[in-house]
Design a binder for this molecule. Structure first.
Ligand code: 0FV
Ligand code: MN
Ligand code: MN
Ligand code: MN
Ligand code: MN
Length: 610
């Protein structure tokens, strides 16, 4: 604490205020910001006994052997062959459904059942045709709010910019007609659609407040219990903010009871759920073995040992069958981020953190001798992971990620992250309270959105395109906004505990101070701000000038969605594994959907519906 009045700290505080350049987004890149950091001073680590904070995080609740023992019956050639046949049946259904509303509902259902990516081509073609025909035309020429809102939402979700004018028939004097309130299904669809709006669309803002108010009012009096469940689910988090895979199992039960249920679709959903579960089990076994092999969970007792929950995040970002390698490696990256975050937030002294940052800045294995033992473990194991990924890419793509890409992306990215971590540590030790803007411009980096996005790109794209990596590295609006929302969502769930264990004020607290409002008001404002930032993100998505494949865009959005799903309840759904996170682990990785009955039934070749 003697450090609190050292000249080093004073200069950090000034520096803290200088971090703001992230604010002007268009021309801002990560690199100039890296350069704007003062050279970290080499600090001798004090010999005095150090008092460290405690994270007080509970230990990992998952037993290594439990995951290693997981088995599934739903694997093997016979089962996969049946799934392939069922997939053909669903394809046939796509061809046979001609009514636009039926088509839209089919797409919506398969997405919510968690296997939309299997029918990406069919979905795109169907929506493209609908868009080209006449996007503003209402289905069957009727004023059907549900059909119109569903069309709007799905078209926008898949990158077709349909105008909000589509809703004009449902308004009078720029307000939605009050009597529409009786059509709960239509109101629910319009509410979901309102989350696909772009900044500046006043009609969609009106749609949002109109539908939110009605849904909150009518929730208790809805007779249909499934509709009631869908409404409360939507009020908790809209579909745009959710990861379908996490809710697929829940939705399957609702779909099974629905009068719109198509047996082949349901059956395929169940088969596919189990297949993905089997893949995930293998992946989880692999990464758990790797983590055990590093021994870091034992050696670094103070860290959050969160390998399985990191894997849950990976699945949230992409559950695509083809992304197994991505899921394995991003899980490792996430566990590493977590442990390094704990080093900077909780365990390391400021002297050690300054030293660590300066050693890593040189990325010099020889300089490691200067570090305390626990930091040697951190740095060398991080170096191993970064090299492993670079090696895999070299092996797969014959692209030598070392040294060009690696230096530009991996190394700089980690250094940049650590420098921003260090800013927070300096703020903490000096007692400096940043403004909301200051905090957010630094915090969008420390939440690790940019690291997760670049690794996700490298781990899912083949070939890796330099144009795309350059673009992501320049911290474009979409990545900045995604990271800001991730930060706001994380603070929503974790900042109360963080402050208790000793940390800087996070977004909510900074905002409370700046605006002079209560925590309750600040929290409401933060939800509004997240919605606003989503609208800005949607603008980026429709701007058409991103050199990214759609799958990369989806991954960025899924990262944001996963942050909502983790922290929405106001609790730390990542650091604390019981509750929702535990339930999700069981549902997704250990509990298959029993299919004995389906397997015994004679196979129906022709789809039975329609
Ligand atoms: C958030 O932890 C968290 F868990 C992080 C950043 C590591 C995991 C990363 C992903 C799930 C992508 P914490 O709330 O401690 O982070 P801050 O930045 O608030 O210290
Ligand atoms: Mn932390
Ligand atoms: Mn942190
Ligand atoms: Mn901190
Ligand atoms: Mn946090």
């Amino acid at each position: 604490m003697a450090l609190a009045c050292s000249p080093l700290i004073t200069s950090c505080c000034n520096f803290g205020r200088d971090v703001i350049p992230f604010k002007s987004t268009k021309n801002t890149t990560l690199k100039p910001i890296i350069k704007s950091f003062p050279q970290t001073t080499k600090v001798a680590v004090s010999q005095e006994p150090v008092v460290r904070r405690s994270g007080d995080y509970p230990p990992c609740i998952w037993d290594y052997h439990f995951f290693q023992s997981l088995r599934t019956d739903y694997t093997g050639e016979g089962y996969n062959a049946q799934a392939s046949e069922l997939k053909e049946d669903v394809k046939l259904i796509f061809k046979k459904v001609v009514d636009p509303l039926d088509q839209l509902e089919l797409i919506d259902h398969i997405q919510r059942l968690g296997f939309g990516y299997h029918f990406a081509g069919e979905t795109k073609r169907t929506l493209e045709k609908m868009y080209n025909d006449d996007p503003t035309k209402n289905n069957k020429g009727e004023k059907n709010l549900h059909a119109t809102a569903l069309k709007f939402r799905l078209l926008r979700e898949h990158g077709f910019h349909v105008s909000s004018e589509i809703f004009i028939d449902f308004t009078e004097n720029e307000k939605f007609i009050e009597s529409l309130g009786e059509d709960v299904k239509g109101i629910l669809s319009l509410y979901e659609a309102s989350y696909f709006s772009i900044e500046g669309e006043s009609l969609m803002e009106e749609a949002h407040s109109f539908t939110s108010k009605i849904l909150k009012e009518c929730i208790k009096s809805i007779d249909d219990s499934d509709l009631g469940m869908l409404v409360s689910h939507a009020l908790e988090l809209p579909q745009q903010w959710r990861v379908p895979r996490l809710d697929a199992r829940w939705y399957m039960d609702i779909y099974e009871r629905s009068k719109y249920m198509i047996p082949e679709v349901l059956k395929f959903a169940k088969f596919d759920f189990n297949i993905v579960q089997g893949l995930n089990q293998d992946e989880l076994k692999d990464v758990s073995r790797w983590w055990k092999g590093t021994d870091l969970g034992q050696k670094l007792e103070f860290i959050r040992d969160r390998l399985p929950t990191s894997f849950l995040w990976a699945v949230g970002i992409s559950c695509n069958h083809q992304h197994g390698y991505f899921r394995r490696q991003i899980t490792k990256v996430i566990q590493f981020i977590t442990l390094l975050d704990d080093v900077y937030d909780v365990y390391g002294t400021l002297d050690e953190l300054e030293l660590f940052t300066s050693v890593v800045e040189r990325w010099d294995i020889n300089a490691m001798t200067e570090l305390p033992h626990y930091m040697k473990l951190c740095f060398l194991s991080l170096n191993n992971l970064v090299s492993e990924i670079a090696y895999d890419v070299l092996n797969e793509q014959k692209v030598y990620v070392l040294p060009q890409l690696r230096k530009a992306i991996d190394v700089m990215l980690w250094i940049d992250l650590f420098k921003h971590y260090l800013v927070e540590a300096r703020w903490y030790y000096s007692g400096y309270k940043p403004t909301f803007e200051e905090f957010l411009s630094n915090g969008l980096v420390t939440i690790t959105g940019p690291v997760v996005v670049i690794y996700s790109y490298i781990l899912t794209c083949n070939p890796i395109r330099k144009e795309a990596t350059d673009y992501i590295e320049s911290l474009p609006d979409i990545v900045r906004l995604a990271s800001e929302i991730f930060r706001l969502a994380d603070d929503f769930g974790t900042s109360s505990d963080e402050l208790k264990r000793g940390d800087i004020p996070k977004s909510i607290q900074c905002y409370m101070k700046d605006a002079g409002v209560s925590e309750e008001v600040a929290r409401t404002q933060m939800i509004d701000l997240m919605r606003k930032k989503w609208k800005q993100m949607m603008k980026c998505v429709f701007s058409g000038d991103m050199p990214l494949d759609w799958s990369a865009v989806e991954i960025i959005l899924n990262m944001v969605r996963m942050s909502h799903c983790t922290y929405n309840s106001g609790a730390d759904g990542y650091g604390v594994e019981d509750g929702l996170s535990k339930q999700r682990m069981f549902t997704l990785f250990t509990e298959p959907i029993p299919l004995l009955q389906e397997l015994l039934l004679p196979k129906i070749r022709e789809p039975s519906c329609l």
